[in-house]
Design a protein around this ligand. Structure first.
Ligand code: FAD
Length: 421
């Protein structure tokens, strides 16, 4: 069968939260965008995870008009309760002490997928579902050609920029010859929802146990999302248990501070690894989100970090004449490297149970860290994003077309630059 061939501005491979959001922003900015996702259109709707989104991420989504549809199904995090099994008790960081109304929000991953599916349909992105990357051609004539295989045959798209947003195992990254540093943690995460007889009151719990961290994130409707990290063989045993046996094992580990726990959804399992691409870009190709950096979920930072990639990349691309120009991609890579290095280093040390060095904490936290080696960095990661200290790309976002809440049409990138593409 002959492949359909066409030119476009940007091809994004991977329709997870990163690919989906980036596609919406670039299309709203006036670019011709195609998005290829190997799963079916609704494949993300069964995702059991609840994403803890830092306040800075909520602001980012709000700035571009995508927070309001999520807000009704979000639960504000009013406090983070950190403890260490067999340790010193617990420490609480609350929103009030940070001078904010909430430290972040927990949103079901499935809800983010559904919201982005609607937004993609509204922005005119060409969506190719059940479609995978087959090959990537060398760049030439200011374009890079991507061959995609889907249910209706092959598509040959010649794009000025290809974005690899296809997760930690990125085939697009591999096809571009970009190597990764990869370390598999000797741990997997089991994720499922529970209910508790005592209200969670907006508290998130992070408990460091000898087998790995255990987190309970507050969700709407009195539910909590459990992220239970343990060695793979322990996860084998726990996933084979009945729901009630699994909850009894969880209760023994977590304790009774929320009263009796009851199951509220099926368990899913995620292998955990640290992945870092050695380069962020190639000729007319760039990495974003998990394709560039996969993290341990201990501090709930992966998507927060990834959405900062999206904001910076969208800002750079939309303000450039040529979205795939080397200087545009180099500037993005440079702008992202410090944030990625730091967050990856802190989460890795937390995941491995190693003391985190003072260099990651501001002076005000150092004294506490001498005692609470794992709490200081967690506190810092959450607090700085809650208070907006993270160099969040607000000023770049200001350059993005705001989604018109009154139904008007946002100016295209071409109009804003006053030129033809
Ligand atoms: C247990 C767990 C809990 C987490 N909790 C949090 C949290 O609370 N807060 C937080 O900030 N982060 C959290 N994260 C991290 C978060 O899940 C990731 O950062 C986020 O999924 C990254 O999004 P992405 O779009 O880059 O990648 P992904 O979500 O992996 O999406 C990649 C997409 O690409 C598609 N794809 C893959 N290969 C191809 C191909 N060859 N062709 C076409 N499509 C392809 C996939 O089907 C998928 O849809 C958690 C992670 C785990 C494992």
């Amino acid at each position: 069968m002959t492949a359909r061939r066409r030119n476009c501005d940007v091809v994004i491979v991977g329709g997870g939260p990163v690919g989906g959001l980036l596609a919406c922003l670039l299309a709203r900015g006036g670019l011709d965008v195609a998005l290829a996702e190997r799963g079916a259109a609704d494949s993300g709707y069964g995702d059991a995870r609840g994403y803890a989104l830092a306040a800075g991420t909520v602001r980012l989504l709000d700035d571009v008009g995508y927070w309001q549809p999520l807000a009704p199904e979000a639960e504000p995090i009013l406090a983070v309760h950190v403890s260490r099994e067999g340790g010193f008790g617990s420490v609480v960081m609350d929103a009030a002490s940070q001078g904010v109304s909430a430290l972040g929000q927990v949103v079901p991953a499935a809800r983010i997928g559904a919201m982005l599916a609607e937004a993609l349909a509204a922005t005119g992105v060409e969506r190719l579902d059940q479609t995978r990357l087959e090959t990537l051609e060398a760049a030439g004539d200011g374009r890079r050609e991507v061959v995609l295989a889907g249910p209706d045959g092959r598509h040959r798209l010649a794009a000025r920029l290809v974005v690899a947003a296809d997760g930690t195992g990125s085939a697009t990254r591999a096809a571009a010859g970009i190597e990764v540093r990869r370390r598999r943690y000797a741990a997997d995460a089991l994720v499922f929802d529970v209910r508790s007889t005592r209200p969670h009151g907006g508290r998130a719990f992070e408990r460091f146990t000898p087998e790995g961290p255990l987190a309970l994130l507050p969700q709407p409707g009195g539910r909590l999302n459990v992220v239970w990290v343990a060695p793979p063989e322990t996860c084998d045993e726990r996933i084979a248990l009945s729901d009630s046996e699994r909850i009894a094992a969880l209760q023994a580990r977590f304790g009774w501070r929320l009263g009796r726990l009851r199951t509220a959804g099926p368990a899913a399992r995620f292998p955990l690894e640290l992945v870092r691409a050695r380069r962020m870009y190639d000729q007319r190709l760039v990495l974003a989100g998990n394709a560039a950096h996969g993290l341990h979920p201990v501090a709930g930072q992966g998507l927060n970090l990834s959405l900062r990639d999206v904001a910076i990349l969208a800002g750079r691309v939309l303000s450039a004449r040529d979205p795939g120009a080397p200087e545009v991609l180099a500037a993005y890579a440079q702008a992202r490297s410090g944030d990625i290095d730091r967050v990856a280093a802190v989460t890795d040390l937390l995941a491995r149970g190693l003391p985190v060095g003072e260099r990651f904490a501001p002076r005000a936290l150092r004294r506490g860290m001498l005692l609470l080696d794992r709490i200081g960095p967690l506190r810092q990661l959450w607090a700085e994003q809650a208070m907006g200290l993270q160099p969040l790309p607000r000023r770049i976002l200001r350059g993005l077309p705001a989604e018109s809440r009154e139904g008007g049409t946002a100016p295209t990138a071409t109009e804003r630059r006053g030129e033809g593409i």
